[in-house]
Design a binder for this molecule. Structure first.
Ligand SMILES: [Fe+2]
Length: 390
């Protein structure tokens, strides 16, 4: 994968850093992107493995540079995305979650500021996956101090190059201004042809988010657009685009597949019984048995065939592989990949099984109490883990 420099625009409304400081910092970030591509290129064509040596060798230089430059790219991108315009506090639910780990939201802030003061490189609010908690961590260099299996949420650059042009040695003012101008919100659009996996700690709201997408619950804030249709304003058109495969089967258990399809198919403008029959045959689903007599795997396939027979463009899977045997789980992942391969559909699925995410998700979205905290592309996610493996 070639690294591309992301275009962060300077805005006069941003008060943390001025234009001169911003532009100088962007040039430095661009340097990391370029060097990362150079390192990857050299690693891909490297042949002289016999000279590899821990005291000094070209290969050692490349390996040291790989983690350093890659973190340089990733952390700068988080940092520039985190800089906001004026007061912006996280959602109440995020504040509550931070309060759980730090005593209160204000206490978290105090910790974060103190961590920034002691850091020579980066301060990161991260989610420590292993302990299922948030931590403020300090990195003295890009490749020094990161936690294995942690995901950055909020990143502050504490290298002198980040503030010295503007703030000189007044580090404290830089930190205080940053704290007042954090952009906690993240916009994300899932494009056709991609799969997004939802992860989060237990109780993070994966099911709630999916149910919100399905329109089962009223969205308290924000709105949901599916293929351009507003779920609250244009419900029928929006729901035509949606297919869902839920852990709790919502079809009538005492009816067979054909009867259920006839009953529910009429609610969709583009329902196609011929496609449905064909898919059930392909998935080997017996349409004459009551659903309650089908195996869990076949019930899942039935729901999938139904969703694909009314032209759904967004398929929502809630814990699709939970309770399924490994053979069917593998088959299901292959079916999901085939659907995406057609290029006009997207999939969102929730899971706690990270091996599935590794295999098929293009994006990972991290949720807390139904709120989207961040989304990463799978490549970015893999790089995070490669840092700790490499
Ligand atoms: Fe920097």
């Amino acid at each position: 994968m070639e690294f591309m420099k992301l275009d962060f625009e300077y805005s006069d409304d941003v008060t943390v850093i001025n234009e001169e400081q911003f532009k100088a910092h962007m040039r430095l970030y661009e340097g990391y992107v370029n060097i990362m591509n150079e390192i990857d290129c050299k690693l891909a064509t490297f042949e002289n493995f016999d000279e590899a040596n821990a005291t000094y060798s070209e290969y050692r230089g490349l390996k040291r540079g790989e983690t350093f430059a890659l973190n340089g790219v990733i952390l700068h991108e988080f940092y520039f995305e985190n800089i906001g315009e004026g007061e912006n506090t996280p959602e109440e639910t995020v504040q509550e979650y931070l309060a759980k780990n730090f005593g209160s939201f204000e206490a978290w802030k105090e910790h974060f500021i103190a961590t920034a003061k002691v850091s020579r490189g980066w301060v990161i609010l991260c989610y420590d996956v292993r302990s299922d908690r948030f931590r403020n961590i300090s990195l003295d260099a890009h490749d020094l101090g990161n936690i294995a299996l942690s995901v950055p949420i909020l990143v502050l650059d504490m290298y002198e190059h980040a503030y010295f042009l503007q703030y000189k040695d007044n580090k404290e003012e830089y930190i205080n201004n940053f704290m007042k101008n954090i952009d906690w919100s993240i916009d994300f659009n899932l494009k056709p042809g991609y799969i997004m996996g939802l992860i989060g700690p237990n109780g993070a709201g994966k099911t709630t988010l999916i149910q919100t997408i399905l329109g089962l619950y009223q969205c308290q804030e924000g709105n949901i657009k599916i293929c351009g249709f507003d779920l609250s304003q244009e419900e029928k058109q929006a729901k035509d685009q949606l297919g869902f495969i839920l852990d709790d089967n919502i079809f009538l258990d005492h009816l067979n597949g054909s009867e259920n399809a006839k009953l529910y198919g009429k609610y969709y403008s583009n329902w196609n019984p011929t496609v449905f029959q064909k898919l059930c045959k392909q998935f080997e689903v017996n349409l004459l048995k009551p659903l309650k007599k089908l195996s869990k795997g076949n019930k899942t396939k039935f729901q999938l065939a139904f969703a694909l027979s009314h032209g759904a463009k967004l398929l929502v899977f809630d814990e699709p592989a939970a309770g399924l045997d490994p053979v069917f789980r593998k088959e299901l992942l292959e079916i999901m990949s085939d659907i995406i391969f057609q290029g006009d559909k997207s999939i969102i699925f929730s899971t706690h099984l990270t091996d599935e995410l590794d295999k098929i998700a293009d994006y990972i979205t991290f949720l807390l109490n139904g709120k989207q905290i961040f989304s990463l592309s799978k490549d970015e996610m893999e790089e995070q883990y490669r840092l700790v493996k490499g």
